[in-house]
Design a binder for this molecule. Sequence first.
Ligand SMILES: Nc1ncnc2c1ncn2[C@@H]1O[C@H](COP(=O)(O)OP(=O)(O)OP(=O)(O)O)[C@@H](O)[C@H]1O
Length: 594
Amino acid sequence: MIFGKHINRYYLKNAPILLLGLAALIAVDYFQLIIPELYRMLINGINSGSVLVSGQSAAFTKEVLMQNICLPMIGIVFAMVVGRFLWRICFFGAAIRVETDLRNRMFDHSKNLSQAYYQVNKVGNLMSLYTNDLDTIQECFGEGILMFCDALFLGVLAFLKMWQMDQGLTLLAMIPAAIMLVIGNIMGKVLTRKWEERQQAFSDLSDFAQENFSGIAVIKAFVKELKELMAFRKLNEQNEEANVVYTKFSTLLNMLVTAFVESVICIILGYGGYLVYQGRFNAGQLVEYIGYFSAIVWPIMAISMLIEKTSRGKASLNRISELLDAEIDVADQPGVEELRDAKGGVEFRGLTFRYPDGEYDVLKNVSFAIQPGESVGIVGKTGVGKTTLVDLILRTYNVPDGTLFIDGKDVNQLSIHSVRAACAYVPQDNFLFSDTISNNIAFGLDEADQSEIVRAATLADVNDNIAGFKEGYRTVLGERGVTVSGGQKQRISIARALLKNAPILILDDSVSAVDTRTEKVILQNLRQSRAGKTTILIAHRISTVEQMDKIVYMEDGEVVAVGPHDELYAACADYRRMVDLQRLEDEMGGNGNV
Ligand SMILES: Nc1ncnc2c1ncn2[C@@H]1O[C@H](COP(=O)(O)OP(=O)(O)OP(=O)(O)O)[C@@H](O)[C@H]1O
């Protein structure tokens, strides 16, 4: 049985069904302990020819055998079958519901966590929480309740029966149990640690496998299959080692329990036989006593299994709690208002930004404004902070108060949801879902007409490509959209953002994978379809953005100059140098990327 902040509520929530299961379990335990009495009656009846029926001595006849032993036995067996079925349904059914609910809570929390969390916690590790660790919790919840309650009721009832029959023999038999409990407690702690190590080893293995499958193209291109295989084997061996160590400890615990059971049997046979020899017990009573002890064996085993399961459950719950307790660091401040009817104005006022785990300021004292409806290009060398700048508009990270304004309102005073809803985004890493092209394009809307989807695809100049696919817009893309080319992927992502038709459109290096003609078509379509709406386009090539209303030129985290292309070319020497360099490279046939 496991307890903890994130699991306690389920005991209360499932209380009625758990209580029903508990009643069935107690009934089964009660019936089970009648069986040794029937053994006694049978043996004593055979030995002496008479039996005690309701406290009265009676001759051991066929009728007595049938009515007082066989029929009750059939009734007991039937009641036990029904009872066992009932408690299984109740306990294990509740455990499955706990697992489902916990999984929902985990997913709900996961999607609210910031990107910073996902940079530290890898996908493989997270997936093992959703599979291995949740399985363990489910097992520990259902079987844990069963083992705990069964050990308690059957153990206590059987112990009382044994105690009533002979206190000396029972005390003697219970000495190994006391030793066992102490050892079990110590081993439980060791097992928790070993299970944590085992789960971590499995997570590392999952991480590695997941990353390898995602990066299979790079591995093959660099002919690194063997190196990766060796690294995988090493992790697999570490996983095996952690499993073996855990199994050794859990086997040791089982062996100790078995040793205890065997030693008690020796005591009962030895001392019980001596009692029969002395005439304090008859043969039937000794068999009855052994019957009670047989009944107590399972609770004793259950205690050892409970220790093991609880140890595993605790370790898995610790790992899951780390996820559920992870702070949602990018969250609405109290009393934020909704951004309604966004116009698309964006203003940075002296914004300095450093990543949560960063060691230096990525953006330094950035100040400039984008008027509603303006088209703005952001250019600068690689790594100067262009993506960071647009990520902040989307509130991917927290910004200091009074440094970023949308439609004149401090972004920290607006709900994150409403700010993001006012933006459409084409990220540098064009992620597509394993779904149809139609659904990928329509992702940003709850409902979209096929004609709107086709229009967005046409504006992104990808309609002809899609029409060329056998299944057209119903073509299902593979994981991460691998069945389409890089340029097609980029344009499907642009179509997805265009269909949203948001007041602010952000494109991060989104036409880098298309040829010059396609780039021109897309930019022309953007100008027409986005007229009157704010569009921010990050680019490496000046030719991509030179037609825009305004260009923001960045260097080393700072905004060096802002203005239309001609103005910047005339006024900013660094910008002019960059433009001239790109033109020269174009003339010489280079790609001109800075
Ligand atoms: N999550 C992060 N944590 C810490 N540092 C980061 C993070 N993301 C980016 N950086 C750093 O911030 C700086 C700016 O990165 P950014 O991606 O904004 O540059 P960029 O101008 O968009 O580059 P590119 O043109 O190559 O896309 C880089 O030095 C980068 O290493």
